[in-house]
Design a protein around this ligand. Structure first.
Ligand code: 0A1
Ligand code: ZN
Length: 855
């Protein structure tokens, strides 16, 4: 694709600095639901020669006036061109000047939740990536940074913006943010809010007031978010030496939010599901996620805000690094091995899936049509993996040195991946030219390993790497792959501790000498690189590793492999599973192992993962066969270990008041894993008792899921609705679990019935995601042979696209695996995609996604 024949695309290669320097941004808001006035004074200075001034501004901005140094320019020098306002160079002075504009906007009509909008009567904003252009005319690009001074008039009692408060009086607030920032970090909130408050003193003695703002009535569910914030602030000082830099840090919870949360400077705005938690309404997973996302947004203050991205192609610069940091934080707060295993599961479920399909793209893409479509698992999660690999290659000290240099050298900058890698090169003396391919080349490498043993005690490991082509990238030169390997002797003792092999060639061998007896190889320990490891290994060896490996990830992986090899065989009508059933029983009985680890091992791989494994080996997955194979194996585990599971279920009950800490959550996780298996043979009796007696949402949701799976969910669903009908977050779970746990053949019909309810408030992103995401999570249901899952999803995506294109585009990824299924399913999925593509007035967001998927 060349640039000239794709005018809708943006290309990394076209980057050019903004021709003006923005020295100061002064904004004044007069808030009103349908006629908000925004006045902007921009202190600008030309960088060099005479250039037209181009400002971004959506068609939804009503321009009331425009002045250059206080005077209206000749109307012939001002024009609007698409999403731009252009002031001709002829109308501008040679030196510094102030551009003043006034616009009117209608927040009440903003259903896309981008820019200034209203949620539950509260004014709030979302400006990343390009929302600010729906607020005022502005150079809306991350490399244009300025200090902001903001005055807001509103009758709302609480009025917030970025930075430090300057003036607060009835009907008016003034905020000043001294740290230069790009427009995407701007935020404003005005509403009837209450705060829970605390404070933090940084290590150099600066006091910061902390507030978590929620709607009145929600205060008692905000405490955990505050605790998480304080832990994050402390951790970033201890581990990265990063201090907070303003007098206040505000967090606001809003009900209508397209994503998880947003790191606006000093004023983080959160989806309320990532703030509000109580034992009765939130699960252990919700608590862990809240802690992690609060940390993530806080960590952005340095990795994202103090150092931002030069352009949106560099998104992984802030996101990959900040995800990496929040993963480190969670490992420190909870169990590091369990966190690592969870992260790998997510990576495989979301990023490997993306990489294997039509939406594959590099961690740093080189072109896009709609940047909001690139907030992906590849940019975020693979971006974090790439940093993990860098750290493994340069070592902990090298990483610490490089990060210190990064903060020192780039504070206040809008930086690039080149800057990032240069810092590592300068701090450690390493050449990272080949490593950079992890950023530029899409696709998941397949890493093949074979062993050669000779009786003189020598073991040779032969590796070869190969990355399948991805859209627009046929050739994949070899990458640097850190492969962590350990060796286990036949008696189960480790005979060689973890060694980091550094593969740089397409094929490469590594030798281990002086070994007494042939060891078992524990490869890719800690998941040292985001690759697909292919090795010849029999089930006995897998079971041996599951019993003896000293690396918890590799140990879990051995069990996973055992399960997957059984499930893929069963799904193809072959025999299998005996070794898995035996080995898993031993592990479940091992009281010395962390309950969370045992729970992870007891949970069978999901149907989606089985399908992915089959298709990676060139086999067309049959969703119904997979569903039956998985059910069958789970039932065999339950039958073989009924007594053990039943005693685990009883023993793991946690007494006393609920605590979301890792220890208690681990016990509940194991208890629930046992329940899920026992549910296959006890007709749902345990689940029914648990649903009625549990005092926490973790166990109640698990019990509810079990009941639905046994066709006994009706009364429990009624009861939950009775109790929590007015709690949006609980009702989101209620909407999600029904299509998710339904028998595949009913899933689409159930989703459709739910979508007809009055309380299916579909314009609320959480509610929409619950229902459509719930169906998409039911693998055999979404991919039902008659196409009902595809049709239902396409119908609603088209409806949503007119209201909120970002959400429609995001959920369209339900279709991203369609090319791997059989011809019938493919033609039904393609028809649904084509129906969407042909929709009149389709948004740029959805159009880009659908056309990439059909291409
Ligand atoms: N930067 C945020 C993610 C985010 C991106 C886009 C949004 O609106 C379109 C909202 C949030 C983060 O990484 O948490
Ligand atoms: Zn982020």
């Amino acid at each position: 694709m060349t640039r000239s024949d794709s005018p809708d695309k943006r290309f990394l290669a076209d980057y050019r600095p903004y021709p003006f320097i923005l020295e100061q941004t002064t904004l004044s808001f007069d808030l009103s639901p349908d006629a908000t006035r925004v006045k902007a004074d921009l202190a600008l200075k030309p960088r060099g020669g005479a250039e037209d001034l181009e400002l971004d501004g959506g068609k939804d901005l009503r321009l009331m006036s425009i002045l250059v140094d206080g005077t209206a320019p000749d109307p012939g020098h001002v024009r609007r061109d698409g999403e731009c306002l252009i002031i001709a160079a002829a109308a501008l002075p040679d030196g510094p000047f102030t551009l003043t504009s006034e616009v009117e906007i209608d927040p009440s009509a903003n259903t896309a939740f981008e820019g200034l909008y209203i949620s539950g009567g509260m004014f709030c904003t979302q400006c990343e990536a390009e929302g600010f252009r729906h607020i005022t005319f502005y150079p809306d690009r991350p490399d244009v940074m300025a200090p902001f001074h903001v005055t807001i008039r509103s009758d709302k009692p609480v009025i917030l913006s970025n930075g430090n408060p300057v003036r607060q009086e009835e009907g008016l607030a003034e905020w000043h943010d001294p740290w230069p920032k790009p427009a995407y970090l701007f935020a404003l909130v005005a509403g009837d809010l209450v705060a829970i408050s605390d404070s933090f003193t940084t290590k150099s003695g600066r006091d910061a007031a902390l507030n978590v703002w929620v709607r009145p009535g929600d205060e008692d569910r905000a405490g955990f978010a505050m605790e998480s914030l304080i832990k994050s602030m402390k951790w970033d000082e201890d581990v990265y030496g990063r201090e907070y830099d303003l007098d206040v840090f505000n967090i606001v919870a809003v009900d209508d939010f397209n994503m998880g949360a947003m790191e606006n400077k000093g004023l983080n705005i959160f989806n309320s599901k990532l703030v509000l938690a109580s034992p009765e309404t939130a699960t252990d997973a919700d608590y862990e996620r809240i802690e992690g996302v609060i940390a993530h947004e806080y960590f952005h203050n340095w990795t994202g805000n103090r150092i931002t991205c030069r352009d949106w192609f560099q998104l992984c610069l802030k996101e990959g690094l900040t995800v990496f940091r929040d993963q480190q934080f969670t490992s420190d707060m909870r169990s590091a091995p369990v966190k690592r295993i969870g992260d790998v599961q997510t990576l495989r479920a979301r990023q490997f899936r993306e990489d294997q399909g039509p939406l594959a793209h590099p961690v740093r893409p080189e072109e896009y049509e709609e940047i909001n479509n690139f907030y992906t698992a590849t940019v975020y999660e693979k971006g974090a993996e790439v940093i993990g690999m860098l750290k493994r290659l340069v070592g902990d000290d090298g990483y610490a040195k490089a990060l210190d240099l990064y903060f020192e050298r780039h504070d206040g900058d809008a930086a690039t991946i080149e800057d990032w890698l240069k810092v590592f090169e300068d701090a450690t003396g390493r050449d990272l030219a080949q490593f950079k391919r992890w950023y530029t080349d899409a696709g998941t490498p397949h890493l093949k390993m074979t062993e050669e043993w000779s009786d003189d005690g020598r073991l040779i490991l032969n590796f070869s790497q190969h990355t399948p082509p991805t859209p627009g990238q046929d050739e994949k030169p070899p990458r640097v792959i850190p492969i962590a390997v350990g060796l286990i002797g036949p008696n189960g003792d480790e005979v060689a501790a973890t060694r980091m092999l550094e593969m740089t060639e397409a094929e490469q061998s590594f030798t281990f000498n002086d070994l007494g007896a042939r060891p078992v190889v524990s490869a890719l320990r800690g998941f040292s690189a985001p690759v697909i490891l292919e090795r010849q290994i029999d089930n006995a060896t897998r079971a041996f590793l599951l019993a003896h490996d000293t690396d918890p990830f590799a140990r879990w992986e051995a069990g996973r492999d055992l399960a997957l090899s059984a499930l893929t065989a069963l799904a193809q009508g072959q025999e299998g599973g005996g070794e898995y059933v035996d080995a898993i029983g031993q592990l479940a009985a091992d009281a010395s192992a962390d309950p969370a680890f045992r729970a992870l091992c007891l949970n069978l791989p999901g149907e989606e993962e089985i399908a992915t494994r089959l298709s990676a080996s060139g086999i067309t997955p049959d969703p119904d066969a997979i569903h039956m194979a998985r059910n069958g194996l789970a039932r065999r585990v339950a039958e073989a270990h009924a007594d053990l599971l039943s005693s685990l279920y009883d023993e793991m009950a946690v007494s006393g008041p609920y605590s979301p800490d890792a220890g208690a959550a681990a016990r509940r996780a194991l208890r629930i894993a046992a329940l899920g298996l026992l549910n296959r043979i006890d007709r749902g009796d345990r689940a029914e008792v648990l649903f009625g007696t549990a005092g926490n949402m973790t166990e109640r949701m698990a019990a509810l899921t079990c009941l639905i799976r046994r066709g006994r969910g009706h009364a429990a669903l009624e009861a939950l609705h009775q109790q929590f009908g007015d709690n949006r977050l609980v009702m989101d779970k209620w909407f999600a679990v029904q299509p998710m746990a339904a028998p595949p053949e009913d899933a689409a019909a159930i989703a459709r019935r739910l979508s007809e309810r009055d309380d299916f408030d579909w314009k609320n992103p959480n509610r929409f995601r619950s229902l459509l995401g719930g169906l998409a999570a039911n693998h055999a249901g979404f991919h039902a042979e008659d196409g009902a899952g595809y049709d239902f999803t396409a119908d609603w995506l088209m409806r949503m696209d007119r209201v909120n294109p970002q959400i429609a585009a995001r959920l369209s990824t339900a279709f991203e695996t369609w090319p791997r299924y059989d011809a019938d399913r493919r033609s039904r999925a393609r028809a649904a995609l084509e129906r969407m593509a042909g929709m009149e007035g389709i948004s740029r967001n959805l159009r880009e996604m659908v056309s990439r998927m059909i291409a």
